[in-house]
Design a protein around this ligand. Structure first.
Ligand SMILES: O=C(O)CCC(=O)C(=O)O
Ligand SMILES: [Fe+2]
Length: 371
């Protein structure tokens, strides 16, 4: 029975399971010069000033290393372009600020807004003890799986709604504007983001991001903390995906013909290089450039202690989206007048499931593998 189902399984799903089980099968693309199928990319030199880049913690554009991947036009990979001391600031924003109200997170489905109002202060003391205590209960911050910003993605209907909007964080909007500009998208407007929080046993199911009404604008994906394998497939689940390594600070841009491709994160891996934290995160407290005032405050040593404990076995990803075309609006739809309370998502998976169990999992309309 199981074998018959396996044979009929889509190609992407088979490869997902392969990567879910083994740490790093041969053939994973590492973005570096000389790597097969990887080509150096030219960015829009002159489009982004050093001043603007520096304000959000990005190196001058001439120093960025960007790559195309053969067979995926519109896909761009940028090797960690952050200035020293800046990845910690973005991590601190993701853990301390962005989960706060009015933003929405997975814990809101099970808890009152008072309980989820300040995940950081409820969790910080316990997290500081993490270094010394092996067995202890998970803090609320460690139970965080996703946060939505701007237009809040509805996991049930897979839509955005005009009235489900809260102001998009100005600092992240500016970081996104700068990266989009460098990649030749001069009108990008950050209107929504999904922040994904992963631990060593987490994965993100196979899906494509098509809820946005504007598919001409790119998806911008920022990763921090431990590494991951990212699978980039085709327009159907029958296309075999390419596996690539994403390390802390790396940025991915999905645009053009690659904007609507299936993708997934089957596995989180310890970052290469041995230490507890990746190099860009091991020296968090760096002096400010006296000529460029950053848009966000430096991460204090006290805050970093909490972030570092969290990141020992976690990865954070922010995927920023433009929802509406320039001057566009939401279509009129009677059903949109309902109050859309989400019942949860099935993208974020926790444990490594036995193949048999995966097949027997109930299929619901939200399960990405059913798309
Ligand atoms: O975590 C990642 O790298 C991918 C996230 C993603 O695909 C999404 O949020 O839509
Ligand atoms: Fe996605």
């Amino acid at each position: 029975m199981a074998a018959a189902m396996l044979e009929g399984e889509e190609v992407f799903r088979k490869i997902f399971r392969l990567y879910r089980r083994s740490p790093e099968p041969a053939g994973t693309v590492h973005f570096q010069p000389g790597e097969k199928a990887v080509r150096c990319a030219q960015l829009a030199v002159g489009a982004l000033s050093d001043q603007d880049a520096g304000r959000v913690g990005l190196q001058p554009l001439e120093q960025w290393k960007a790559y195309h991947l053969e067979g995926y036009p519109g896909f761009l990979f940028i090797n960690n372009p952050f200035l020293p001391g800046w990845q910690p600031r973005w991590v601190r924003q993701c853990l301390k600020l962005y989960p706060c109200k009015p933003n929405v997170c997975n814990l809101d489905l099970h808890m009152s807004s008072e309980q989820t109002a300040n995940l950081w202060s409820i969790s910080e003391k316990q997290l500081r003890k993490k270094m010394t205590q092996k067995r202890r209960e998970k803090t609320l911050l460690e139970k965080l799986r996703w946060v939505t910003l701007g237009f809040h993605y509805n996991w049930d209907t897979k839509k955005y709604y005009k009235e489900k909007f809260t102001p998009f964080p100005a600092d992240l909007a500016e970081l996104s504007r700068c990266v989009a500009l460098a990649c030749g998208f001069s009108n990008f407007k950050a209107e929504a983001a999904i922040l994904n929080y992963y631990h060593m046993d987490s994965s993100l199911g196979i899906h494509k991001d098509e809820a946005e009404l504007d598919h001409h604008s790119p998806l911008l994906s920022f990763s921090f903390g431990q590494s991951s394998i990212f699978l980039l497939g085709g327009q159907s689940r029958e296309v075999a995906p390419t596996a690539m390594m994403m390390n802390s600070g790396d940025i991915m841009v999905m645009s053009g013909a690659s904007r609507l491709l299936y993708h997934a994160v089957p596995r989180i891996l310890r970052h290469p290089g041995g230490g507890i934290l990746p190099p860009g995160l091991s020296d968090p407290i760096c002096g400010e450039d006296p000529y460029i005032k950053g848009l966000t405050e430096p991460c204090s040593p006290q805050d970093w202690e909490v972030c570092a404990a969290y990141l020992q076995d976690s990865r954070i990803n922010m995927t920023v989206r433009q929802v509406l075309e320039e001057g566009g609006s939401f279509p009129k739809d009677k059903s949109d007048q309902n109050d859309h309370m989400t019942t949860g998502d099935s993208y974020h998976n926790e444990e490594i499931l036995e193949p048999e169990l995966q097949i027997k999992r109930p299929k619901t309309s939200q399960m990405p593998q059913d798309e």
